[in-house]
Design a protein around this ligand. Structure first.
Ligand SMILES: *Cc1c(COP(=O)(O)O)cnc(C)c1O
Length: 402
């Protein structure tokens, strides 16, 4: 896919033409039959993609609204909660819980690394030992600020063993849809994602799955909520509606995007993301950049690398923009120190190769000695290796396109 601007940030992502066209359709009554069909089709498609039989609620909000919903519907003020943070989005999830009065114990993992399942279990046992067993664990699937994917299957298993009653509340905003994911198999109670990340759709919708166990907790949870009241959303969905006016245009777009992903087949979607990630890692390394993430847990949707010591991020960023390449910098304390290439949603490995080419050219234009051709060759070869050899990790479940 070619775009005038190579937008390579970890969301919003470039939209396929069919998705853009769908987003510009004429409005329908959001309390009429067309909308009922639309929302039931979209939630069905999402259930397949989440690999869940749980209900999926679609709320009009960015991903952060999905995280807020995941907190306020299932917890009460004072509830002990373990927040596992491996970066700034993990910090944000913890802050939301704190803002609503949860008693948050934070497990901070050094940025660039994944959480260790045994360490998470140890913390949960310690909380129980202190007479404050965790009601919930907050966990990030794919930490976009550092380019690290947590081993969610292993961490979830460790949590279920150490604290069987704790709810698993998952920020899967930037990974779900791009990598193998098994909501029911991993026993995930609440999973939130956002339309503008892997889903080839515009920003504006958060999609949240809720387990029976979580609904049970919701009936007793007393945190204040109104707009993000998921029980209300659940009730409205029984008649094919949402409590408040939804972002109808984004739903039109996402319906088509989900259909495209199904037609491609999720196995192929995962392999495509793996190939893009391999290209990004090989290309950045080829340009002499040191990768930020622990290689054993490198993200398949966003790759972070240290900005070389003799390169100034703002100058490089400006130079890349003159060539139409837009990538992301570091967040919070990593601002100016790392750069991040997003490769999720509607992306082909050639888009990543082109980004490496432009980054290399820009570095040269700024007077840095880099072998751009070799880096580009390495990126292409790495992508090729993945697409002929299959995804780096085998899909955990059969998430078919059907
Ligand atoms: C993008 C992102 C968010 C925040 O989503 P918004 O749509 O910007 O509110 C939260 N968590 C992760 C992991 C993300 O990638």
């Amino acid at each position: 896919m070619t775009h005038d601007v190579n937008l390579r940030i970890p969301g919003p992502t470039p939209l396929p033409d069919q998705v853009r066209e769908a987003g510009s359709r004429q409005m329908v009554n959001h309390r009429g039959p067309e909308f009922r069909e639309l929302i039931s089709r979209v939630t069905g498609r999402l259930q397949a993609a989440f690999a869940t039989r749980n209900e999926i609620l679609i709320i009009t909000a960015s991903g952060t609204g999905g995280l807020e919903a995941a907190i306020v519907n299932f917890l009460s003020p004072g509830d002990p909660v373990l927040a596992v943070s491996i970066g700034s989005f993990g910090d944000r999830f913890a802050k939301i819980a704190t803002a609503y009065g949860a008693d948050v114990t934070k497990l901070d993992v050094e940025w660039g690394h994944a959480a260790d399942p045994a360490r998470v279990a140890q913390e949960l046992r310690a909380m129980a030992g202190n007479g404050r067993p965790a009601k919930a664990v907050l966990l990030t699937h794919n930490e976009t600020s550092t380019g690290v994917e947590n081993p969610l299957a292993e961490i979830s298993a460790a949590i279920h063993a150490a604290a069987p009653d704790a709810l698993l509340l998952i920020d899967a905003i930037s990974g779900l849809g791009a990598v193998p994911f098994d909501t029911d198999g991993w026993g995930l109670d609440v999973v939130a994602t956002g339309s503008q990340k892997s889903w080839m759709s515009p920003p504006g919708l958060a999609m949240i799955s809720v387990s029976e166990r979580a609904w049970d907790a919701a009936s007793r949870a007393s945190m204040p909520r109104f707009y993000f009241d998921l029980a209300r959303a659940r009730k409205s969905l029984t008649t094919g509606e949402t409590p408040w006016t939804p972002a109808v245009g984004v739903l039109f777009a996402m319906d088509v995007a989900l259909e495209m992903l199904e037609q491609e087949g999720y196995e192929q979607v995962f392999a495509r993301h793996a190939a893009c990630a391999a290209a990004a890692r090989a290309g950045l390394s080829g340009l002499g950049l040191r990768l930020f993430a622990d290689p054993a847990h490198a993200s398949q949707t966003v790759t972070a690398a240290w900005v070389p010591e003799d390169v100034e991020w703002s100058a490089l960023n400006k130079q890349m923009r003159t060539h139409g390449l837009v990538i992301a910098g570091g967040q919070d304390r990593l601002s100016g120190q790392i750069l991040r290439i997003g490769h999720l949603g509607s992306v082909e490995s050639e888009d990543v190769v082109e980004a490496i080419q432009v980054m290399g050219d820009s570095m040269r234009e700024l007077g840095h000695e880099v072998d751009v051709a070799t880096a580009v060759g390495a990126a292409r070869a790495a992508a090729q290796g993945v697409s002929t050899g299959g995804a780096r990790r085998a899909p955990a479940t059969a998430v078919s396109g059907a």
